[in-house]
Design a protein around this ligand. Structure first.
Ligand SMILES: C[S@@+](CC[C@H](N)C(=O)[O-])C[C@H]1O[C@@H](n2cnc3c(N)ncnc32)[C@H](O)[C@@H]1O
Length: 260
């Protein structure tokens, strides 16, 4: 696994944990004994693997922490989540969803918490490493283990993975949440997004993903900024929130007969 050059190395405080050494080796990054200034670095500590910008004023390390999501959400109604409604999750049948822009896995974890089987595709190897570490830590927690058992991670481009995953098992719905272009974003961007943007920039092929999604599944839900144009054509319908909108595309799809 080779990571984008924009990550300077992996820092862990001495004594260097074995896990930190393993990650540095896998990611092809040098192990750092001190934090460099103004760089993007991986850090490894009791909280697992994190990605940290050491620029002045940058937020703290970003990591995939499913336990924090789970225990924060407990008690709240997940079923009200617009993403779940957009994908057609109803509770009477466990859906096979592919989250083709997995990012830090927040949406995928919510969908798996609602009973969906979720295959996550992430193109950035650095982000996929954070996800893999987060999934492994969650699997150690007896309350989270049954949820993350329904999540499987695939690292690579969704344009290539979607047809392969469809061949392995029918896909009920594809979820897309591409990075928004920076221009036009109002207010403070969450620290996760700041780091993802520093690492990835914005995604330039989301319309192609929509087209591919519609080839392999009868339903695609796309998360967009509320006022942004749709990714392609007129959606079948949309669900609007305060700042986001979910465009739902329903196609005849290859698997409609088996879904009936
Ligand atoms: C806005 S983030 C997704 C956030 C995610 N919904 C969450 O809940 O954390 C978009 C992610 O999609 C990934 N991505 C964009 N295009 C992709 C593609 N063609 N294949 C796989 N991943 C892609 C980017 O690398 C980025 O990590």
């Amino acid at each position: 696994m080779a990571v984008t050059k924009s990550i300077f190395g992996l820092f862990a405080a001495p004594p260097m944990p074995l896990e930190a050494q393993r990650w540095a080796e896998r990611l092809g990054l040098p192990l750092l004994e001190r934090l460099p200034q103004n760089e993007l670095v991986f850090v490894y500590d009791q909280g697992g693997l994190g990605l940290l910008s050491t620029a002045p004023g940058a937020p703290g390390a970003v990591r995939v922490d499913f336990a924090a999501l789970h225990y924060r959400r407990k008690g709240g109604s997940l079923r009200k989540e617009a993403a779940a409604r957009a994908l057609g999750l109803r509770g009477d049948r466990a859906l096979n969803v592919v989250d083709a822009t997995a990012g830090l896995g927040t949406d995928a974890f919510m969908l798996a918490s609602l009973g969906a089987s979720v295959r996550l595709i992430e193109r950035s190897e650095a982000v996929a490493a954070l996800l893999e570490d987060g999934l492994a830590r969650a699997a150690q927690d007896p309350e989270l283990a049954p949820i993350v058992e329904r999540m499987a991670l695939y690292c690579g481009d969704a344009l290539a993975w979607l047809p392969r995953l469809a061949q392995m098992q029918a896909i009920d719905a594809v979820y897309l949440d591409p990075m928004y272009p920076e221009a036009g974003t109002k207010g403070q961007v969450k620290k996760e997004m700041q780091i993802l943007r520093a690492l990835i920039g914005h995604d330039n092929d989301p319309s192609a993903l929509l087209a591919e999604g519609l080839k392999v599944a009868p339903r695609v839900a796309v998360k967009r900024p509320r006022k942004a144009p749709s990714l392609g054509g007129r959606p079948s319908h949309s669900l609007e929130g305060r700042s986001t909108r979910f465009d739902v595309y329903v196609s005849a799809g290859p698997d409609t007969a088996s879904q009936a």
